[in-house]
Structure formats: structure tokens, C-alpha cells
Design a protein around this ligand. Sequence first.
Ligand SMILES: Cc1cc2nc3c(=O)[nH]c(=O)nc-3n(C[C@H](O)[C@H](O)[C@H](O)COP(=O)(O)OP(=O)(O)OC[C@H]3O[C@@H](n4cnc5c(N)ncnc54)[C@H](O)[C@@H]3O)c2cc1C
Length: 287
Amino acid sequence: MGEYHIASSVEDALEKLSHCNGRAEIVAGGQTMMLLIRQGLVDPDLLVDISKIDEIRGIQDLGEYIEIGSATTYAEIKKNSIIKKEFGFYTDATSEISGPQVRNQGTIGGGLVYGDPALDTPPVLLTLDAELEIQNSQGCRRISLEDFFVDYYETAIEEGEILTKILIPILPQYSGGKYRSVTPRQGDYAIAGVCVRLTLDIDGVCTTARIGLTNGGDTPMRSRRAEKILEGSEIGEGTIEECINVLGEDLDLIGDVQTSKSYKEMVFKRIARQTIKEVKLELVGGV
Ligand SMILES: Cc1cc2nc3c(=O)[nH]c(=O)nc-3n(C[C@H](O)[C@H](O)[C@H](O)COP(=O)(O)OP(=O)(O)OC[C@H]3O[C@@H](n4cnc5c(N)ncnc54)[C@H](O)[C@@H]3O)c2cc1C
């Protein structure tokens, strides 16, 4: 490996990246990057460490939005009272990430930029309609998280760009959600994960439904067609079954040595059904 630069600001990091004669990479918590380097899959001439940049660390309540700096660690998110109050199910999902070592070092930004469909929290952020702020040497651009995930391990971030902020709009009244996953062993990556976020009106009719999936396809994804089945309904048993069937059609699964495709599909359907019911029940009690 070549030079290691600890950036003091976003401007400093961008400047360093743009002047590198060779391959430059960004590192935040290093939980993925160090593995890639150790396995010889990446061999950068320059590694720019953004983990000490204050302007992209921390969580702020901006009124309509909660802003999370991209270099904020999972451990910081997990213990943050604003996140817990506004999006308790995101706090719960963050608690499911591996063990303390990964949560203490891994960052929200690193987890998003790598584009791994197996991670727990990107689908939760999809259900929260999160937006991203990305900075490059020309300025700043905004993109929805959904548009950010392009393909298998491919995101909309370009070379020389830094993801700086994640913006999550405050949820309307009568909203709630839950993330549920199934793992082979505690601390392992999930075989399947489903996050359901619902917003109801005063009469208990669903106005907004979001269903985010971990390992449901090539990217962290939503089942938009399944969401549409729930919207406009009171989410009775029949609607839930229709929604689950459509969700099954939206999955793009492959079997592997541990788990067959049909088993994965069964797991997705089972946890989705359970999660929709639980979120609805929790909300109906509150309407
Ligand atoms: C042992 C182990 C167990 C794990 N278990 C789980 C689990 O159960 N659930 C789960 O969800 N995840 C799990 N993970 C994955 C973990 O969530 C990711 O490794 C972590 O989120 C990556 O964040 P990082 O800050 O360490 O990123 P880094 O490794 O520093 O970077 C990852 C990638 O993102 C790029 N990057 C990072 N930040 C930025 C930025 N701000 N702008 C532009 N590019 C950037 C880097 O260049 C690199 O390509 C596990 C990881 C390990 C090592």
C-alpha cells in the first residue's frame, strides 16, 4: 500500500483525491476496506482516511430532517436519543449489526457506498425515504437513497466524490416500523431481512407503506408493488396475503451452499407477514 493521509476536512480530502497520480481510495471505519486490501482485491497508491473529519460526524435535528454525518459510527447512531425517539426501529436494526467491534468502527456512509445487498440498515433507510448529500470538487449534489443503489455492489458515487450527509425526513403522525431478519448464527450476516414502515390516517387506513429488503436482490431494495397493495387499505388478512404474494414475485434470489432459493423465499414471506402485522397492530393501538 502507498500513502495514508488522514484528512482534516472534506475540502482537504477532495484536494488529496484529485491530485493523486494513481489509484486513490477513501477509508472511513475500514471494516470493509481493510478486508479488501488484505485479500489483495484493492491495492491503492493513496488511502484517504475521512474518519476524523468533524463536519461529517454526528447527528443533528434540523426540524424537518435528521441529518447524520456519513462518518458517524453505528455505535454512535445506536445510542443517539434523537434517532431513538424519531426512528426507534432504525436504532433496533443498528443493534443487530454484528458485534461491538464492527459497530464501533463501521460507519453509516461506508455501509451505503459499498452497496452490499446483505447489510441490515440500508433497507431501513430506504423505508425512511432517506436522501444523500455528495460532495465533489465542483460542489454538492443530492440524490435519493433509492437512486443511489445502481447494481450489485455498484452505487451512484463517482470517483473523487465523498458521501457527506444522510438526511432523513421526520415521519408523519401515526407512523411506525420494524426490521426483522433471520441469521444462521448470532452475529452473522442475515439470510433475509425485511423492514416495514407504515403511516396510517386517523381512521386506520394506510396512507404510506414502505417495505425494504436485505438480500432480496442485487441491491438493498424496496418491494414497490407490495407497498402499493397496502396503501389505501386497512391492512386486513386478505390484503396482507396479497401483499406477501406480490413481494415474493419481486424477490430476485439465488440459492447458495447454505440455503436454497425456495427456503429463502419462504423466510422472506414469513418475516414480511409477521412484520406487517406487528407494525399495524402497534399503530392501530395508537390511532
Ligand atoms: C466481521 C464483520 C461482520 C459484519 N457484520 C455485519 C452485519 O451483521 N450487518 C451489517 O449490516 N453489516 C455487517 N458488516 C459490514 C459493515 O456494516 C461494513 O463493513 C461497514 O458498514 C463499512 O463501513 P466502514 O466505515 O467500515 O467502511 P470502509 O470499510 O471504510 O469503506 C467501505 C467502502 O466505502 C467507501 N467509503 C466509505 N465512506 C465513504 C464516504 N463517506 N464517501 C465515499 N466513499 C466512502 C470506501 O472507499 C470503501 O469502498 C460486517 C463487517 C465485518 C467486518
